[in-house]
Design a protein around this ligand. Structure first.
Ligand code: FNR
Length: 429
């Protein structure tokens, strides 16, 4: 785990260049575009489409990058940056750097070790892993692989408040430091790459491990309950028996706890998928519902997906403990405001009352620096670590995150800052 003042930028450079003297190149490409290409080569077309794709014409993804590129770092000179402290404090815990791993669902599409590989890599670096509500591995297994390293839990509010309460209870029992409630996915965005392939991983039973491992959700499945507002016929409709539908049924069984053989004759895997589809999203959620969450957890509640200054004020007024400025990596609305363009307005509206985190478009340490200069307390890394996972599993995640931390450390020092606290608004123009 990198310690404050640990010079991780130069030590990472040394490690790579020394290996190069011995004829070894990094297995995981260092350049972001090359990393994405390597992941594409390693992944099935459906998997790459799911991870890399965005909503509509993907203009929001472009805008995220354009906004980060528009801001330029203005370094200061002759300030003795030999020793640098990257650490920040968040919700009572000192973190080695202002970086977290964003919650990313269905990691099994990138690598069979999925969330477990991410959890181990995060723990090795001391970077918090935000467990996804749509994880491929139950949070308990990931937490058990992390020792005392920090982890958070991200929640999607489903139609069953009993399931919501159960997830939150489990997250507390797993030692999570915060609950991140994602607000931008009350429905799935319009994603042409996935639609073009006719592929949604959840229908294969992928990415629903938090549900199939949940006693309350599984009780609801066994009681044969479906979503109250979804006609049960639609959710239960049996597709015609063809080779692909048989393959899907087998995949659902293989992805269900116990595996294919144990579930061969069971109708539960299919019923679980049907109930998930019928209940996973709740588009009628309002600010008032936050009370329910507050009543069910003592953990800090962080609202992810805030982009409007007025929503930031409402978040504070409703007792949120933190905000993540995010447009979900451009996966939800095409033509949405770039996440970085929304950041200053949210920071101003919050007025320092609660921490403001940032994600969407971050590809390297210089991006982290820019977001911090514009007022973010910390930054979440998304797609790049999944690309690392696709290329080299746990080691791949570790390398990608280590590279981002190294570039951040070097950028900080080269810009004339000795600590995160010294990154101010006038460090960018
Ligand atoms: C996501 N994201 C996401 N967010 C969330 O709150 N819960 C989730 O389960 C997921 N799942 C997910 C899957 C995939 C494949 C991607 C790419 C993203 C959004 C994620 O947390 C983060 O906001 C974005 O990844 C940030 O955008 P960039 O930087 O990855 O482009």
């Amino acid at each position: 785990m990198p310690q404050p003042h640990s010079d991780i930028g130069r030590s990472r450079q040394r490690e790579i260049y020394l290996a190069g003297v011995g004829g070894k190149r990094p297995r995981v490409p260092v350049a972001p575009a090359e990393l994405e290409r390597a992941a594409q080569a390693a992944l099935a077309p459906e998997a790459f489409a799911y991870v890399a794709g965005g909503a509509g014409r993907e203009g929001t993804m472009e805008a995220n990058r354009a906004a980060l590129d528009r801001w330029r770092i203005v370094p200061r000179r002759l300030r003795d940056c030999e020793s640098r402290d990257l650490s920040v404090e968040l919700f009572g815990r000192r973190l080695p750097a202002p970086l977290l791993l964003a919650p990313i669902g269905v990691a099994e599409m990138a690598h069979p070790d999925a969330d477990l590989a991410v959890a181990r890599a995060a723990a090795a670096l001391g970077v918090p892993h935000i467990f996804s509500n749509q994880a491929s591995v139950p949070m308990e297994r990931c937490a058990a692989a992390m020792g005392a390293a920090p982890r958070w839990f991200q929640l999607y509010w489903s139609k069953s408040n009993d399931v919501v309460a159960s997830f939150v209870r489990r997250a507390e029992a797993c030692g999570c430091d915060a609950i991140v409630l994602t607000l931008d996915t009350t429905m799935l965005g319009w994603r042409p790459r996935d639609l073009g392939l006719g592929y949604l991983p959840f229908l294969q039973g992928k990415g629903i491990a938090q549900y199939t491992s949940d006693p309350v959700f599984m009780r609801e499945v066994r009681e044969g309950r479906l979503g109250a507002t979804v006609p049960s016929r639609a959710a239960e409709a049996r597709p015609p028996l063809t080779l692909p539908t048989i393959a899907t049924a087998l995949t659902q069984k293989a992805n269900f706890p116990g595996g294919l053989l144990r579930n061969l004759a069971s109708g539960e895997p299919r019923a679980a998928v049907a109930r998930f589809v019928a209940t996973y999203s709740r588009a009628n959620l309002t600010w008032d519902d936050l009370k329910f969450l507050r009543q069910h957890t003592r953990l800090p509640i962080v609202l992810k997906g805030i982009l409007h200054a007025e929503d930031a004020r409402l978040a504070v007024a409703h007792g949120a403990d933190g905000i993540v400025v995010s447009n979900h990596g451009g996966r939800q609305i095409d033509g949405e405001i770039a996440s970085l363009d929304a950041l200053p307005g949210v920071v101003e509206a919050v007025g320092g009352k609660i921490p403001v985190l940032f994600d969407s478009g971050v590809r390297g340490g210089a991006d982290v620096f820019k977001a911090l200069a514009l007022g973010a307390t910390a930054v979440c890394l998304g797609r790049p670590y999944v690309y690392g996972l696709a290329v080299a599993g746990e080691a791949g995640v570790r390398e990608v995150v280590a590279n981002v931390l190294a570039e951040f450390d070097l950028t900080l020092g080269l810009a004339g800052c000795r600590s995160v606290g010294e990154i101010r608004r006038d460090c960018v123009a």
